[in-house]
Write a protein that binds this ligand. Structure first.
Ligand SMILES: *Cc1c(COP(=O)(O)O)cnc(C)c1O
Length: 361
């Protein structure tokens, strides 16, 4: 097969075609180098240029102010579930977690191994279909940090406004919506994201960390689990995922060519709107997320029965619309439409939804 299909996978996910083409072009030899990026030292001048460019790309796109480190770590967002409490939840301290879905629950599970966790809000009662309003948050002004998940990938629920946490550092798992829209980084103490949804391949995790947090880290942590190690070594304490950083750099350049995050956000809103309109147009499809918390990245909906959902996903795959089956934990259908997902694929899905209802409704 040489023709690409429409890839609705939640992650690893679709990458921009120009990025893949560029990587193919440079696979055997980076210009003037005679080797691929995977074959050169992570301490070489060539890789240093790629690494610094990737950092600068993220800084420019997200408007990351001075006073933040941009780190490229490994272990996925899942390791950050542990590293955040390990580094910042010191003896006697407490943390506040806001639960808006499945990933936040996983983050809590790890945090509890390191210290006191208070759930500042849990949207379980509404089946994780919305985010809490500011006045629903039970925040402890003495907490070490507040943790949120900006976009719950499995439920398809996204924060539209940053919560107010006063002087308490705000930590965000932004794995599935980083760089999908502009963000005021200065409101956050730490943002982390596995790259494989919006930024590149799996195996590289972006951590954007405010410098003053480094002072709060207790001594004696395992070297690789201590943020100071990676901040001091500029992510080169050990061998980073050089290939992942290279692709991430190409994705940043592609995002800049798309007009930056304002333009990308507009396109994402437009793509998501088309699918939500198709859902709202009929009672055959039922969206999971409450309107005001609908994700622009992961669109979750149900059909009248599980049999129909299975049929829907299978027939869609037959029509080159792949990866629409919902997460095994919640079922239903999930259309993940990250930055690189083309609008033509959205139109094809909307068309398919109409036809499927006509034949099965
Ligand atoms: C995918 C995802 C994760 C897990 O990421 P890994 O890199 O596989 O550890 C965590 N949080 C969110 C919000 C995700 O979408």
């Amino acid at each position: 097969m040489t023709e690409r299909i429409f890839n609705f996978s939640a992650g690893p996910a679709v990458l921009p075609v120009p990025v893949l083409e560029k990587a193919r072009e440079e696979m055997l030899s980076l210009p003037g180098v005679g080797m691929s990026v995977m074959e050169i030292s992570h301490r070489s001048k060539t890789f240093d240029a790629i690494h610094q460019s990737a950092k600068a790309g993220l800084k420019e796109l997200l408007g990351i102010p001075d006073g933040y480190h941009v780190l490229f770590l490994q272990g996925g967002a899942s390791l950050q579930f542990s590293m955040v409490p390990l580094n910042f939840l010191r003896d006697g301290g407490s943390s506040d977690y806001v639960l808006t879905g499945s990933w936040g629950k996983k983050a809590v599970k790890e945090a509890k191994k390191h210290g006191a966790v208070s759930v500042a809000a849990d949207m379980a009662d509404s089946r994780y279909n919305r985010v809490p309003a500011q006045d629903e948050l039970k925040l402890d002004p003495a907490a070490a940090y507040v943790h949120i998940t900006s976009n719950e990938t499995i439920e398809g629920v996204e924060w539209k406004e940053d919560p107010q946490t006063g002087d308490v550092p705000l930590v965000c798992d932004a794995s599935s919506d980083i760089c999908s829209r502009p963000v005021d980084v200065s409101k956050y103490a730490l943002i982390y994201a596995g790259a494989q949804k919006n930024l590149g391949p799996s195996g590289v995790t972006v951590v954007i960390l405010r410098d003053d947090l480094l002072q709060k880290i207790p001594d004696g942590l395992d070297t690789m689990l201590d943020y100071r190690t990676h901040a001091q070594a500029d992510s080169l304490y050990n061998t980073p995922n050089t290939w992942g950083i290279y692709i991430l750099d190409l994705v940043c350049k592609w995002m800049r060519e798309q007009g930056g995050l304002d333009a990308i956000h507009r396109r994402n809103e437009e793509k998501a709107r088309k699918i939500y309109e198709a859902i709202d147009a009929t009672a055959f499809y039922r969206g999971h997320a409450a309107r005001e918390a609908r994700s622009n990245m992961n669109i979750t909906f149900r059909l009248p029965s599980e049999e129909l959902e299975k049929k829907f996903a299978a027939e869609a795959t037959g029509q080159r619309l792949d990866g629409l089956k919902g997460h095994r934990s919640v079922g239903g259908i999930r259309a993940s439409i990250y930055n690189a997902f083309p609008v033509e694929g959205v139109d094809a899905l909307v068309q398919f939804m109409r036809e499927f209802e006509r034949a099965n409704g």
